[in-house]
Write a protein that binds this ligand. Structure first.
Ligand SMILES: Cc1cc2nc3c(=O)[nH]c(=O)nc-3n(C[C@H](O)[C@H](O)[C@H](O)COP(=O)(O)OP(=O)(O)OC[C@H]3O[C@@H](n4cnc5c(N)ncnc54)[C@H](O)[C@@H]3O)c2cc1C
Length: 504
């Protein structure tokens, strides 16, 4: 049992379940604002899907590899400024991604410079410029709106007030598009039959929205497709992704907050519709106890939250979660290689789409992150290559030969990657793979699902899961809530929940 985490002077006692970027950001901000904070995480290291592991001198980012929101005014920048901690060193990704469509030798480069990107897309997708202009206009309005901290979806008068305060005349340009998908917009611009553009959009959008262009909400897509360009942009962190969590832990502890790793929350207790405590198990000692709290912030998937509530989960909420379309999950291969395996001038992020058969499948893709010399991820003369693809979650739980399936996927991924990288026994130093079962084990995410809730019309922004849950003083943060997945997205959700707690 921890020492009392309330110093007696603070506003209230808050327990945060999970030390992912969402939970750490919420916990650090709450500690900074004078609350007594205890964060509990079942894993060995903080960071969840944005943490790392080390093998043979290599440092591998487990999931997230690139970061948005580091620019002045960006969400990480704003939060780190409030917490009075230094932003991690980072290099901009330019191109943000080099996208290879099946059978094509030359990539579509998503450049950081907006003009260069405009030239590239006009060359790659003639006649599509009006569509991109609409995306830019919607992005500008949505970005400004998001920066004014709206609460989405609103659940009470205070939330609604925050939402209306964020609205400006420029926001109204987005309103008519609220129920549009990217597929609808393509058809409106007579681009519905442009299969090459569609494939490119499917690839890029799935990374952020978990669903293809046909299903992705247009307003969400506007942000996903424009965030890689200046004055925003994507960054590659110096050292590894772990640095983000380390800085947040430093900020938490500086203000007296506590983080206990290897502590699992087994149950959230509710009395008369209000959260009262959590049941904690210390994984090292097996000790189980109940810790009371004024507020509980759950940095877990909404599916996990329902399980933690047990029979106290409100029926309507439970039914809504049960009715969600299947969530996405990933297969990831982590390679430690000799530098000679990486072509010179290789961009930090690439995406390959395939039309070839194999375990990874036709019409699937690999999203690849490559370390560069001196970025802290590999010993001198070596590099890391991390490649992920979307997979069917159930296949990994139903198989009778899990190790065999994992081996088949690993071999398939390496043979696909070998068309671009020089991957031979003499250049590969380390191979390891992660599946939904791996994510379930290390991040405790239900079934190992990752990436949050698909950003379809029925589940994005105004129609998504709120930070405010139906249980009083129980808050949900992380990639199940607005504005969705990514370290930047979950930081926004944490900031919103913190403001809501303060407003009580
Ligand atoms: C393969 C892959 C690639 C990605 N690439 C990018 C990228 O390049 N850029 C980007 O921004 N994002 C990327 N993402 C998404 C991003 O990593 C996540 O959206 C984000 O990190 C999720 O953060 P979170 O705080 O919501 O949750 P999580 O990271 O899932 O953290 C939740 C934490 O809660 C803990 N926990 C869960 N249940 C309990 C319990 N009962 N008791 C105690 N602890 C518990 C877990 O151990 C975990 O540490 C990627 C994700 C994946 C999987």
């Amino acid at each position: 049992m921890p020492d009392d985490y309330n110093n007696g002077k603070s506003k209230s006692r808050i327990i945060v379940i999970g030390a992912g970027i969402g939970g750490l950001t919420a916990g650090a901000l709450l500690a900074h604002r004078g609350y007594s904070v205890l964060i509990l995480d079942q894993a060995f290291v903080p960071g969840g899907c944005a943490s790392t592991f080390k093998r043979k001198g290599f440092t591998f980012d487990v999931g997230a590899t690139q970061v948005a929101g580091l620019e002045p005014g960006g969400i990480h920048h704003r939060i780190f400024t409030e917490l009075e901690i230094d932003l991690p060193k980072a290099t901009p990704c330019d191109p943000a991604c080099a996208v290879y469509l099946p059978t094509e030798e030359r990539p579509i480069n998503v450049w950081r410079d907006p003009e260069k990107w405009q030239e590239e897309r006009q060359r790659q997708f003639p006649l599509s410029e009006p569509f991109w202009q609409l995306m830019e206009a919607l992005f500008k309005a949505s970005w400004e709106f998001q920066r004014r901290n709206p609460v989405l979806p609103p659940r009470n008068v205070w939330d609604f007030l925050q939402l209306t305060k964020a609205v400006r005349p420029s926001t109204f340009i987005t309103v008519p598009y609220t129920l549009f998908t990217v597929g609808d917009a393509l058809r409106a611009y007579k681009l519905g039959n442009d299969h090459r553009l569609k494939k490119f959009l499917d690839l890029q959008l799935k990374l952020y929205s978990q669903v293809d262009a046909e299903e992705t909400a247009l307003l969400y897509a506007a942000t996903a497709l424009n965030v890689s360009q200046l004055p925003q942009g994507l960054y590659h962190l110096q050292g590894s992704m772990q640095v983000l969590s380390d800085r947040l832990v430093e900020a938490l502890e500086k203000k007296g907050g506590k983080l206990l790793m290897r502590h699992t929350v087994e149950h959230v207790k509710v009395e008369k519709g209000k959260v009262t405590a959590v049941v904690i198990c210390n994984q090292r000692t097996g000790e189980v106890w109940t810790e009371s709290a004024d507020h509980v912030v759950a940095n877990v998937t909404v599916q996990n939250l329902v399980q933690l509530l047990g029979n106290k989960a409100p029926n309507g909420y439970k039914r809504r979660v049960e009715k969600l379309p299947p969530a996405s999950s990933a297969f990831i291969v982590y390679l430690g290689v000799d530098e000679s395996a990486v072509p010179s001038g290789c961009p930090p992020h690439l995406q390959f789409m395939y039309d070839t058969k194999g375990p990874i499948g036709e019409n699937n893709s690999l999203f690849v992150s490559v370390s560069h010399s001196g970025d802290g991820r590999a010993p001198d003369g070596k590099a890391t290559i991390i490649a992920s693809s979307f997979v069917d979650t159930q296949q990994w739980w139903l198989t009778e030969d899990y190790e065999g399936l994992k081996q088949q996927y690993t071999e398939d991924a390496i043979s696909r990657l070998a068309k671009f990288f020089y991957l031979k026994p003499e250049t590969i130093v380390h191979v390891e793979a992660a599946t939904p079962r791996t994510f379930a084990r290390y991040t405790a995410r239900d079934q190992g699902i990752v990436g949050g809730i698909g950003q379809r019309i029925s589940t994005f922004g105004p129609f998504g899961f709120a930070n405010r849950t139906p249980i009083k003083n129980l808050w949900l943060v992380g990639d199940s809530t607005h504005p969705g997945e990514g370290t930047a997205g979950v930081s926004f959700s944490a900031l919103t929940a913190v403001k809501q707690i303060e407003a009580r």
